[in-house]
Write a protein that binds this ligand. Structure first.
Ligand code: SAJ
Length: 424
């Protein structure tokens, strides 16, 4: 059988590789020529995909990529794995989903299975996708099958990958669910959990990520309060985590990054308005998380004041710009607003990141310094640990820095500084 994957990013490329490894012939579709070319040369641009596997699958003609969506007519099943971002008004932008649906609708044929994997508001599959696909004249549930199955890719997670992470599947009709579940059973080793509709599957994904967003917001609120009360919030969380049931630790940080957790809850907030419902908890957690960059700047000012220095004119060495440790993705990274606020306060900053090769800052690109040196540490008025990459040598950092502001609690207790380490 031939399977199509539309969107060759963090979700689509690993999925395409797994489907090819399961024995399907896979055609990957992407609008970006560069991604298509790299896949066809066996070059993987996603850390989680193993180079050799991709090379082999491409060489064996099990996997190819194209920008020509007319090849959709050759596939028996197609998974849509395109971005679902927010626009500047925090409104859902489903343009990529819609344009993919129109391409598929132009080339859909009898018996085809279409699965939407992108995280989106409940109702997208049945209200948005289904009508576009039925413009082909084919009927959903009879002539073609349509389901929603959320992706659960955790970039950088060594234990849970596409292949062994349980999958939820909800079809428009019973047989849509069956057909979609069967396809995933042939591709994945993990449990395939069937639900009664696409809306249930869409909503459960939003619940997963909103759960994280809100609990991180709670951790951040605790951090701000504990700082005022002179209580070590990290010690508090570790103590709470000794509870063996009913508690799960989340940690405070400089803010919420990534292309999912800060974004997905707002898809629900937007849809809830259609039902005259105000998602107060989601919005409050969002305000708390979005306030963290300001909190970081305020703490930096406090710490510099103790050294009788103003932030204005100070040299700030920022360690890490990626939105979380040991990955190269800086989308929505809280470090970006932190840099803007440092600029606004007249500070001089430079960024070190061993993973992120360059990042878009205001209207141009910045290239982070690959690795940190003793000289850089010594010449900084304050060293900000923004991303707790494993590659940083925290011993060296503490030894050579005048002042360290560790927003990730990475410096473990063994590394005794000269009292120059400040926590979030
Ligand atoms: N963060 C905190 N405190 C925490 C956990 C995370 O501040 O306790 C921050 C991180 O630094 C990061 C952001 O939140 O900036 C998001 O981190 P994340 O760990 O949720 O990672 P993502 O966004 O790469 O991937 C998540 C997946 N991660 C986990 O469940 C651990 C999962 O929720 C989804 O599969 C994925 O989003 C998605 O694509 O929806």
């Amino acid at each position: 059988a031939v399977i199509g994957v539309v969107g060759l990013g963090y979700v689509g490329l690993p999925l395409a590789v797994e489907k090819a490894k399961a024995g399907y012939n896979v055609i990957g579709f992407d609008v970006q020529e560069s991604k298509v070319d790299e896949v066809n040369q066996g070059i993987n641009y996603i850390g989680d995909v193993v180079d050799e596997e991709l090379k082999e699958l491409v060489a064996d003609k099990k996997l190819k990529a194209t920008t020509d969506y007319s090849f959709i007519k050759e596939v028996d099943a197609v998974a849509i794995c395109v971005p679902t971002p927010l626009d500047i008004y925090k409104q859902p932008n489903t343009n990529y989903v819609e344009s993919s649906a129109h391409e598929i609708s132009d080339h859909i044929h009898e018996g085809m299975l279409v699965v939407l994997e992108s995280t989106t508001y409940p109702g997208t599959t049945e209200e948005l996708l289904k009508p576009i696909l039925e413009q082909s004249g084919l009927n959903c549930g009879e002539d073609f099958f349509l389901a929603y199955s959320p992706e659960r890719v955790d970039p950088g997670n060594k234990q849970f990958k596409t292949k062994n992470t349980p999958k939820v599947v909800g079809g428009v009709t019973e047989n849509c669910t069956e057909v979609a579940a069967t396809m995933y059973e042939n591709v994945l080793e993990s449990d395939i959990h069937q639900v009664s509709s696409p809306s249930v599957a869409e909503m459960e994904k939003i619940l997963e990520n909103t759960f994280r967003n809100i609990n991180i917001g709670l951790a951040n609120e605790m951090a701000v309060l504990c700082n005022k009360m002179g209580i070590d919030v990290w010690e508090v969380i570790d103590a709470a985590a000794t509870k063996p049931y009913g508690f799960m630790p989340f940690y405070p940080g400089p803010g919420l990054g990534g292309h999912c957790i800060p974004i997905d809850p707002w898809y629900l907030t937007w849809k809830a308005r259609e039902y005259n419902y105000h998602t107060k908890l989601i919005e409050t957690a969002g305000e708390i998380n979005n306030e963290m960059p300001n909190y970081v700047i305020q703490r930096i000012m406090e710490i510099l004041n103790k050294e009788e220095k103003a932030l204005n004119g100070s040299n700030i060495l920022v360690l890490g710009v990626a939105y979380k440790k040991d990955i190269d993705d800086y989308r929505e990274s809280p470090v970006l607003p932190i840099l803007e606020k440092l600029d606004g306060a007249g500070a001089v900053w430079s960024v070190v990141d061993p993973y992120v090769k360059n990042f878009k800052y205001k209207n141009d690109f910045q290239s982070p310094i690959e690795s940190v040196t003793a000289e850089m540490l010594e010449s900084a008025d304050l060293v900000l640990i923004a991303t707790d990459h494993s590659d940083f040598n925290y011993e060296t950092i503490v030894t050579h820095s005048k002042v360290v502001y560790d927003t990730r609690n990475t410096i473990n207790k063994e590394i005794k500084g000269n009292g120059n380490i400040h926590s979030l």
